[in-house]
Ligand binder design. Structure first.
Ligand SMILES: Nc1ncnc2c1ncn2[C@@H]1O[C@H](COP(=O)(O)OP(=O)(O)OP(=O)(O)O)[C@@H](O)[C@H]1O
Ligand SMILES: [Mg+2]
Length: 502
């Protein structure tokens, strides 16, 4: 029998005293999609960084086509045909879409001069194969998360990799883009490429993966053909025990009196003149203790709406906003914060975490400086401890750099930061992006608990099931316009989807 495309054997890795991988065996066949699963912090990204040559294992071997292949640097990994799409996006923000797609493998004239027309064509071709409609000349900094990811995936295509690692590639994509990506993964399979797919969304895993490997506590807990297992069995392997799902004790909420937040005729102009207005004539009322879900396909304006309410669009936004009946202006981020509005952003790499600060510093970032005297360290550590337990943050120490936390745990720190300000209105944009199923349950419970305590919450998410789990009412958005709000209990996921896509 031919050797597998990739074999990682007995891989060990520790960060200081933290033993993250202890003897992991992982195998990838040519032409398969192999899902790599595990709770936040299980070591998935670490194993993949070893494969990408970004980290050296303490012990263990890597074979490609049966040949020992030490991957001593990212360059060596790339030469061995391995491309990694990172969990945190890494585009060159000052370059165009096309330049980003061909980055590191630019077509050149006479081997020296960048061949711009050829680069544009190659980039357009890769994007086309992905089914992504993006202007090749657009600056990367104007792209939303989903678009940035598409560019990264296109870059991997352009490099004709044999092993493609996708670390949570779908978490910011719309349903349609996800099926486009899966279609592409199937094409890659037919060409003999092996795809390693990391995702916390089990429905996707079972839709696309041929095999599944689960990491738990630094070891492989399960490797199995996807057709021979079930989501329940996989979650059990991840957790190591039965997972009890807390159900949404949906007591119908009384909505009376003055709304906590009231928005009338909100408009957000296009970022460039001539473009389509991003939001048109949005009105809504949010009551104390209520969770309003923003539903919408990619580009419908969910993120823009929460950004407006967080004061991020300044004077580009127009409309009337009241908090507890009092008219307010939302033309600055500080102003919104003063009114008790907090936002947890979807784009944690760009707008959320401060990478070279510690977990503690990131958590207490929004505290006024005056309060941060000599008392702060010990007091903040105590407060950190409370949040850590509440959200199940896995971090060895609050004084570590936030970059050393797994992706899902960074997300939890951002959520904790928003809670620190004890907001009256909490805006959550994709709050469970990159969060494992166990922690997701914790976050759903937390959202309901906050609401029961009187916080008003707006939840923007691309996961419809999430809306139905936690929202009282839904505000469907279509191309920047709002449809009438609906009671979440009054319709099905399928009906909602039909409404959004119409
Ligand atoms: N650069 C680093 N320095 C120190 N510790 C690290 C570093 N990178 C990761 N770790 C630790 O290694 C462990 C595994 O992290 P890893 O990022 O591999 O998890 P993951 O399975 O990808 O999780 P997630 O689902 O949240 O992305 C975590 O405990 C994390 O804190
Ligand atoms: Mg990870």
């Amino acid at each position: 029998m031919a050797p597998p495309l990739l074999r990682m054997h007995g891989i060990h890795h520790a960060f200081g005293a933290n033993q993250v991988l202890t003897g992991v065996d992982f195998e990838l066949r040519a032409g398969e999609v192999h899902a790599l699963l595990g709770l936040n912090g299980a070591g998935k990204s670490t194993l993949m960084k070893i494969l990408a040559g970004a980290l050296r294992p303490d012990r263990g071997t890597i074979q490609i086509d049966g040949q020992d292949t030490p991957l001593r640097s990212p360059r060596e990994a790339q030469a061995a045909g391995i491309t990694m799409i990172h969990q945190e996006l890494r585009l060159a923000m000052d370059l165009s879409v096309a330049a980003n797609v061909v980055l590191g493998a630019e077509p050149r004239r006479r081997g020296i001069f960048l061949d711009r027309p050829a680069a544009r064509l190659a980039a357009a071709d890769a994007l086309e194969r992905l089914g992504v409609h993006l202007d090749a000349d657009r600056p990367a900094e104007t792209l939303r998360v989903g678009e940035q990811q598409a560019v990264e995936i296109a870059r991997a295509l352009h490099r004709s990799s044999r092993i493609l690692v996708m670390d949570e590639p779908t978490s910011a994509l719309s349903d349609r883009e996800v099926s486009g990506l899966f279609e592409l993964m199937r094409k890659l399979k037919r060409e003999g490429v092996g795809v390693i797919f990391i995702s916390h969304r089990l429905a996707e895993v079972f839709a696309v993966a041929d095999r599944v490997t689960v990491l738990r506590a630094g070891q492989v807990a399960l490797t199995v053909e996807a057709a021979r297992t079930s989501p329940e069995a996989v979650v059990q392997a991840m957790v190591g025990k039965e997972l009890v799902s807390a159900s949404h004790g949906s007591t119908p909420r009384k909505r009376s009196g003055v709304p906590r937040l009231e928005v009338q005729n909100l408009f957000l102009a296009a970022p460039v003149t001539g473009g389509r207005d991003r939001l048109t004539d949005i009105s809504l009322a949010l009551f104390p203790g209520e969770v309003l879900g923003l539903a919408g396909l990619m580009g419908a304006g969910r993120t823009e709406l929460v950004e407006c309410l967080a004061g991020q669009h300044g004077k580009r936004m127009q409309g009337f906003v009241r908090i507890d009946g009092r008219p307010i202006r939302l033309d600055s981020i500080r102003g919104a914060q003063r009114m008790g509005i907090a936002l947890v952003t979807e784009d944690r790499a760009r707008l959320g975490v401060i990478p070279d600060q510690t977990v503690r510093e990131n958590l207490f970032l929004s505290r006024p400086r005056a309060i941060r005297g000599w008392l702060r360290q010990s007091e903040e550590r105590r407060a950190y401890e409370t949040r850590r337990e509440e959200l199940g943050i896995v971090a060895a120490h609050p004084e570590l750099s936030i970059g050393s936390l797994s992706g899902g745990n960074q997300q939890k720190v951002l959520l904790a930061r928003a809670l620190e300000s004890q907001p009256r209105v909490l805006l959550l944009d994709e709050p469970t992006r990159g969060i494992d199923p166990k922690a997701k349950e914790d976050i759903y419970t937390l959202i309901r608990t906050l609401a029961d305590a009187g916080t008003s919450i707006i939840l923007a998410t691309s996961e419809l099931s999430e809306l139905f789990r936690v929202a009282d009412r839904l505000l469907p958005l279509r191309q920047g316009r709002a449809l009438p709000t609906i009671e979440a209990a009054s319709l099905s996921e399928r009906e909602l989807l039909a409404m959004l896509a119409a």
